[in-house]
Design a protein around this ligand. Structure first.
Ligand SMILES: NC(=O)c1ccc[n+]([C@@H]2O[C@H](COP(=O)([O-])OP(=O)(O)OC[C@H]3O[C@@H](n4cnc5c(N)ncnc54)[C@H](OP(=O)(O)O)[C@@H]3O)[C@@H](O)[C@H]2O)c1
Length: 256
């Protein structure tokens, strides 16, 4: 089997963890990046159990040196990069009027600039392997609300950034696409619902139901459902899928 190496950020939880585990079926090595090393070990145990190699890199992607570390450790161990999946994200979900400059910068530093820096540093290796990048944005990019203004703005910026990389990728032979998830049940979603339940004096169950009704969707998504879409985008059959931004949100946004 040909060696194929994928880097997955945010691999300690939620969509990133599910993606790393899903990609282990197609790739020979998965590089797991996030801050919490103990959580990365749990993801690695599941991947190793199916015979795929892992490299764990506990790193804070807000820092420029972390990005250098991810690329140098990956290429030292595996000598190549075939896919980069930028999942990590922790943009504060705070109302437009209450969010400080620091919180804006912190959110953008990781989700937008961390992903951008990684893509640039990985690019020569992806060019060499005719590899792929998937950026994770969010459907808030298409429907910004005051309570999610920073998330929406950064997600929209990721869509634009991804299209610029995709255009360059046509020249360099690197495939670039974006996924825009909607409400997926993860630690991040639970944190949001806890805040929502307290603010509205609801039980957690009531908050979950009220959010579904307001979003007009039947249920929350599973991280594995997003992971399946990412795996498709990285599959040999999807090589002509370039510069797209695909929404996966249970029908929450119906724009054409
Ligand atoms: N869940 C949803 O409903 C939803 C909807 C739309 C978009 N998204 C997007 O999907 C992505 C994954 O979200 P999720 O719901 O799976 O969230 P999650 O369960 O909270 O996972 C977030 C991941 O990002 C990592 N991370 C956070 N800050 C980091 C930092 N400074 N450096 C490195 N890694 C960091 C976390 O790891 P550590 O804490 O270990 O660092 C974790 O692995 C995010 O970009 C999010 O914006 C999610």
């Amino acid at each position: 089997m040909k060696t194929k190496i994928a880097i997955v950020t945010g691999a300690s939880a939620g969509i990133g963890r599910a993606t790393a585990i899903r990609l282990a079926k197609e790739f020979t090595g998965i590089v797991l990046v996030a801050r919490q090393g103990n959580e990365l070990e749990k993801t690695a145990a599941e991947i190793n159990a199916i015979g795929t190699e892992t490299l764990l890199i506990p790193a804070d992607l807000r820092l420029v040196e972390s990005v250098d570390q991810v690329i140098s450790q990956t290429t030292e161990k595996f000598g190549r990069i075939d896919a980069l999946v930028n999942v990590a994200g922790a943009v504060p979900q705070i109302h437009l009027f209450d969010m400080t400059d620091e919180q804006w910068n912190d959110g953008a530093e990781m989700k937008l600039h961390g992903a951008r820096r990684l893509a640039i540093k990985a690019w020569p290796f992806l060019k060499e392997s005719n590899g792929s990048i998937v950026f994770i944005s969010g459907n808030s990019a298409e429907s910004p609300k005051p309570g999610f203004a920073a998330v929406a703005t950064i997600n929209a910026a990721i869509c634009a950034l991804s299209k610029a990389f995709a255009e360059q990728g046509i020249i360099d032979g690197v495939q670039v696409n974006t996924v825009l998830p909607g409400p997926v049940m993860s630690n991040r979603r639970i944190g949001f619902l806890e805040k929502w339940s307290k603010a509205n004096n609801l039980s957690m169950e009531e908050a979950k139901q009220q959010f579904l009704q307001e979003a007009h969707i039947g249920r929350y998504g599973k991280p594995e459902e997003v992971a399946d879409l990412i795996a498709y985008m990285l599959s040999p059959g999807a090589k002509w899928l370039i510069g797209t931004a695909i929404r996966i949100d249970g029908g929450e946004i119906k724009g054409i």
